[in-house]
Design a protein around this ligand. Structure first.
Ligand SMILES: O=c1ccn([C@@H]2O[C@H](COP(=O)(O)O)[C@@H](O)[C@H]2O)c(=O)[nH]1
Length: 288
């Protein structure tokens, strides 16, 4: 029986530091790395990142979009990258941001969270904007298979506030209830209640969101689950931003950087150095 994702991630962050390296084979990066912009190129790109950081960071996060853009062969390349990261002993967060009505969510869950599926990593990013309850098939399969979810809560992009900061309705139907972000965090907290050291239903909270958690009444510490923080590096997030965004919840944070590390490639040793530097900065900010 696989240990729960939350426990496995907590151990990986203790062992390797709180950094996740994103695997985002942008067309521009493929060109800079001297790789073709096709399925073989994204496969080689992903495998080189795994060679550089596998066993050295807590997790890697392949961004499914950059593989899917090359059709079925790109998806096969994603499967190979997931398998290589697992073989290297590194946790895999598949960043696919799936979300749909429950009956369709069931199929997404089968694809990304079922034992034996080559697309299943250790955790999946999901979008709750069809309602948190629509994610139930993914929650159920994640928890029963020792996997985890990262539910979009306060995303790193500047447009996120128009949905995530919006107020839900009070019992009287007035738009003055908890914010959407706080509601998502409360659902995650319910699912993680009592888990030790932390639960497996995490949130995505960008390193760039400043004081948004406070302004939206989102209690990140109470989530008792992992907080995936993209936006480190290329989007401007660094150690100071991580500390400011997460405050007392910083021990739960898995900081994530893609281009900030990937731009150091294609040389494997240079990638490794960039990841080590990002890891040291995240560790100082979140574990210091
Ligand atoms: O709020 C979010 C959620 C996900 N992402 C993803 O993380 C990486 C960021 O890449 P960088 O190169 O480090 O900017 C990318 O895959 C996004 O889709 C995010 O940025 N913000």
């Amino acid at each position: 029986m696989t240990a729960p994702f939350g426990a496995r991630l907590a151990a990986a962050m203790d062992d390797h530091g709180p950094l996740c390296v994103g695997i985002d084979p942008h067309a521009g990066l493929l060109e800079a790395w001297g790789l073709p912009d096709d399925a073989a190129g994204v496969r080689e790109f992903g495998l080189r990142v795994v060679e550089a950081v596998g066993g050295r960071v807590a997790a890697v996060k392949p961004q499914a979009a950059f593989f899917e853009r090359h059709g079925s062969r790109g998806v096969a390349a994603l499967e190979d990258v997931i398998a290589a990261a697992k073989a290297a002993g590194t946790l895999v967060v598949v960043d696919a941001k799936r979300g749909d009505i429950g009956s369709t969510m069931d199929a997404y869950a089968e694809a990304f969270l079922r034992d034996g599926s080559a697309l299943a990593g250790d955790a999946l990013t999901v979008s709750p904007y069809l309602g948190f309850g629509s994610l139930a098939p993914a929650v159920d399969l994640a928890l029963s298979s020792g996997r985890g979810l990262f539910v979009l809560c306060l995303t790193s992009n500047k447009e996120g506030h128009e949905v995530q900061h919006a107020r839900t309705l009070t019992a009287e139907g007035v738009p003055a209830g908890p914010s959407v972000a706080a509601t998502m965090a409360a659902h995650a907290a319910d699912l993680n209640a009592g888990a030790d050291p932390m639960g497996s239903i995490g949130l995505v909270v960008g390193a760039t969101v400043g004081d948004a958690a406070g302004r939206t009444g989102t209690d990140l510490t109470a989530v008792n689950g992992p907080l995936l923080a993209p936006g480190v590096g290329a989007q401007g997030g660094g150690g100071a931003e991580l500390t400011a965004v997460f405050g007392t919840a910083r021990g739960q944070v898995l900081a994530s950087s893609s281009r900030g590390v990937l731009r150091a490639g294609p040389d494997v040793a240079a990638l490794r150095r960039a990841a080590d530097e990002a890891s040291a900065e995240a560790r100082a900010a979140l574990r210091g």
